[in-house]
Design a protein. Sequence first.
Length: 371
Amino acid sequence: MHILVCLNLCLAVIFGCDSNSSETIESNIHEQVLTVDSHVDTPYFLFHHPDFDLSKWHDPYETNSKLDFPRMQQGALDAAFFAIWVAQGPRTVEGNENAKQRALDMATLIHDNLFRHEHLAELAITPDDAYRLEQEGKRAIFIGLENGYPIGNELSLVETFFDLGVRYITLCHTRNNDICDSSTDPNGPEHGGLSQFGFAVVREMNRLGVMVDVSHISDDAFFDVLNCSTVPVIASHSNARALYDHPRNIDDLMIVKLAENGGVIQVNFYYLNEPDPHHPDQLATVSDMVDHIDHIVSVAGVDYVGIGSDFDGGGQLADCFDVSEMPNITRELIQRGYTEKEIQKIWGGNLMRVMSEVLNGSRSRRTVEVN
């Protein structure tokens, strides 16, 4: 245990105020580390609620919203990846064009909201931005693209989305697309992993510095990505299949291979355990979620795990129902014996490391190309 944590706990016991002191320790650690949520579907919520004001505090039970900037501050969440989600539709010229336009509209929506509330939050495109904005007391908003469907079969669109601030692309969603097979397509695999176009997309993402997100993709596509990518990859919102046997989750071999690749699996608030037939609406808990963190740490180590809630996309826990309750995760990690340094890695350090390596790998490749 971190020496500061240990000392404070000892003093708390001596002076008979262990509860208050423990809460102070939890608060201090949570406030001091950079906290990053790698996947929230807030842009989708904003798209369907155009009058929603991110600068105002909202009751999650009344609005069904999980995030706004005051609640991010309340929960001491420093940064979040706003996912541009486009559901899989027809893979036709018209379908691809509609998907592209929807994604571009949602990107514009994010930029417009950040422009209106620049005193509270700003766009982040590098880890340095997140650390700078944390010091300034602002929220850092990264952008991800959930589902490569808006790319269609136009490789140049990867750079288009990169220029708009997209820093990871989830290659597919719940159905196969032109890039790869999905883990949950009812028709089964189509490409046997990545398509030939999919390999080109991964190489282009490596070149530009866009993180490849393997959440939602099939197992075969997962291994194709690892064999193709020259930099670490991420699973922006996935869990351990050993604890909940669902194709959206990642098995132990995949966790090991992801760690060998240097990547990170961001534990989700969804797909945590089998639904109770007698209580199907009963939510999982922070303890259930941290069980998945524990398992990944036991398999691969603490350097390869993080947190990606899926707030506003179905992710929710009984005791972390919205972003304001994020400190409950830190409390659980401390109670399980994680040190401050380990908590820093889980809450954002690991993901920022991967992001830096991906961006630096891109810079190195561009230097080689120029020379």
